[in-house]
Each structure stands twice: as structure tokens, then as C-alpha cells.
Design a protein around this ligand. Structure first.
Ligand SMILES: Cc1cc2nc3c(=O)[nH]c(=O)nc-3n(C[C@H](O)[C@H](O)[C@H](O)COP(=O)(O)OP(=O)(O)OC[C@H]3O[C@@H](n4cnc5c(N)ncnc54)[C@H](O)[C@@H]3O)c2cc1C
Length: 258
């Protein structure tokens, strides 16, 4: 870790951490990223772990999607995370991509940032701990310094009813919109993917559910305050519609209804 951080410091903004390479290498091929130095962290074995820590689950930054998907500890302590990991990309992406890479990359369509935000996870680096709500500040933007390395993502244990629904055109696509529901400490946590420049926690939905609204009523609030960008696959209005529909489905399916 020390050596990696030192190398990053030496090259400053021109250097990039290389983890699974499944976002960085495509960006380099497109010349959208042109680092002069890559610091490969794959040999830092202490970054590859899943640890139970009381009411928390500590996931090392180098943990691959496939490991999260298949981990019995994750399935037991935070099954929503295992479910989400199984929805990331295809086998190749899941074999190489890492949770640290997804959070550091902060793509608005990334799946874990939504779960981290809605569950009040913490992003730990070689220097500090940052609450997820302060970490995803804009699209592809985080408070990470050039020589800072994400070491862990720390989630609370939550093994009640849960569901993540990713709406996409083809099986392995990124989410056009995603919605997550997790029952926790007697209330609901609701998160949305790709409806803004950062992940979104749908607090209006959570509050409506808390006051006793039915899922279909509460889910109407999923698009409150959203201002998503349109893209080739969906207009802003369609994304807002999806946010409402998918939120209703996620809550219902979490509770075993269709
Ligand atoms: C075809 C395809 C489909 C995909 N579908 C999805 C999807 O549906 N959902 C989804 O969430 N993702 C998807 N991805 C992205 C995939 O999950 C990537 O693995 C992930 O975005 C980046 O993780 P990585 O380990 O590959 O990071 P890298 O590509 O190595 O790095 C990505 C960025 O994060 C930085 N970085 C990486 N690790 C650290 C660290 N520990 N500390 C500080 N900075 C770090 C790098 O410097 C770089 O800027 C897809 C990718 C492909 C190629």
C-alpha cells in the first residue's frame, strides 16, 4: 500500500490506479483517459477480503464481483449485495471487476454506489473514512485525491426483505434505471441507479412507507426532485416513469409479491 501510494504521489494527476481494468481500459482505448503511469494494485492481497465485524460487513476494495456474488457471508449478512453483484455486467466483467473500482469510478450507472448510499455505507481509503453520502459528489467525481486508494467499503449488516431491479434492454447491459429496496431496522431504504449524476436515495418514498402508505402510493414519490439526463436509451420522462414503476416492483418483490 505504501509503495502504491508513493508511486501515485510521484506521478500525481497523470497516474491511475489499475484494479480490474474493466472501466479504465475501455476509457484508455477511447483515449478518454490517457494516464502516463498505471499503478497496478492487484498484488496487494490485504485489499481482497470479506470480514464480518459485529454489525458491519467490511469488503476489501479488490473483492471481485464474482466473489461477492458467491460469498456465503455476503449472502447471509447482506444478501442484497450478493444479488446486485450477480447483476453486474457478464461473467468476464464479474471475474475481473472490483467493488473498489466501481465506487472509485463513480459512474452514475454503477450498481454498488446506489446500495452504498441507501445503506449509509462508508468508503475507507489509505487515509480516511468517507460516508457514502459525501463520496459520490457528481458523475465520475469523488473526493479521492490523486494518490489516495480505496481500501474497503463498509456496509451495515441487513438481511431482511430486499430486492434490486435493473431495467435494461439486454441481459448484460448497464441499468437504464435501477431500483433497490431493503427493509432494515423496521423501516425501508430505497435507492435508485442512473437517474441523475450520482446515485439517489429516495427518502420521500421511505417516509411515505413509514407513514403507512401502500407501495404503489409511496413509489409515486420515487421521481420527486429527479432531473435525469436523457440518453440514447431513455428520455428524462421515461427514466422518471421507470423510477416509480421499478420502486413499486422492488418493494413488492422484496416482500414476496409480484
Ligand atoms: C461490458 C461491461 C459491462 C459492465 N456492466 C456494468 C454494470 O452493469 N454495472 C456496474 O456497476 N459496472 C459495470 N461495468 C463496470 C465494471 O463493474 C468495472 O469493473 C468497474 O466499473 C470498475 O472496476 P475495476 O476494478 O474494473 O476498476 P478499473 O477499471 O481498474 O478502475 C476504474 C477507475 O477506478 C480507479 N480505481 C480502481 N480501484 C481503485 C481503488 N481501490 N482506489 C482508488 N481508485 C481506484 C481507477 O484508477 C480508475 O479510474 C461493466 C464493464 C464492462 C466492460
Amino acid at each position: 500500500m505504501e509503495e502504491a501510494s508513493k508511486q501515485l504521489g510521484k506521478f500525481g494527476e497523470d497516474a491511475k490506479v489499475l484494479a480490474g481494468g474493466h472501466s479504465l481500459i475501455p476509457l484508455m482505448r477511447l483515449r478518454l483517459a490517457q494516464p502516463t503511469a498505471l499503478v497496478d494494485i492487484n498484488g496487494i492481497k490485504e485489499l481482497d477480503h470479506i470480514k464480518e465485524d459485529g454489525s458491519k460487513l467490511r469488503i476489501g476494495a479488490l473483492t471481485r464481483h464474482v466473489t461477492l456474488q458467491n460469498s456465503n457471508v455476503v449472502k447471509d449478512k447482506l444478501p442484497l449485495l450478493a444479488e446486485v453483484a450477480g447483476e453486474v455486467g457478464d461473467n468476464q466483467v464479474r471475474n475481473m471487476g472490483t467493488i473498489g473500482g466501481v465506487v472509485a469510478h463513480a459512474d452514475a450507472a454503477g450498481d454498488y454506489p446506489t446500495i452504498a448510499l441507501m445503506l449509509d455505507a462508508e468508503i475507507v481509503t489509505n487515509r480516511r473514512t468517507i460516508a457514502a453520502k459525501d463520496f459520490f459528489t457528481d458523475i465520475f467525481t469523488t473526493p479521492l485525491e490523486a494518490d489516495e486508494i480505496v481500501t474497503e467499503v463498509v456496509f451495515p449488516v441487513a438481511n431482511g426483505p430486499h430486492k434490486y431491479i435493473k431495467f435494461r434492454r439486454r441481459l448484460f447491459d448497464w441499468a437504464i434505471v435501477g431500483a433497490a429496496a431493503q427493509k432494515m431496522n423496521g423501516g425501508w431504504r430505497i435507492g435508485l441507479t442512473n437517474v441523475g449524476s450520482t446515485p439517489v436515495r429516495a427518502k420521500a418514498v421511505e417516509e411515505a412507507l413509514q407513514k403507512g402508505a401502500k407501495p404503489e402510493e409511496a413509489a409515486q414519490h420515487a421521481s420527486d426532485g429527479l432531473d435525469p439526463a436523457g440518453d440514447l436509451r431513455a428520455s428524462p420522462e421515461y427514466k422518471k416513469h421507470l423510477a416509480r414503476v421499478l420502486t413499486k416492483r422492488a418493494i413488492n418483490q422484496a416482500e414476496g409479491r409480484q
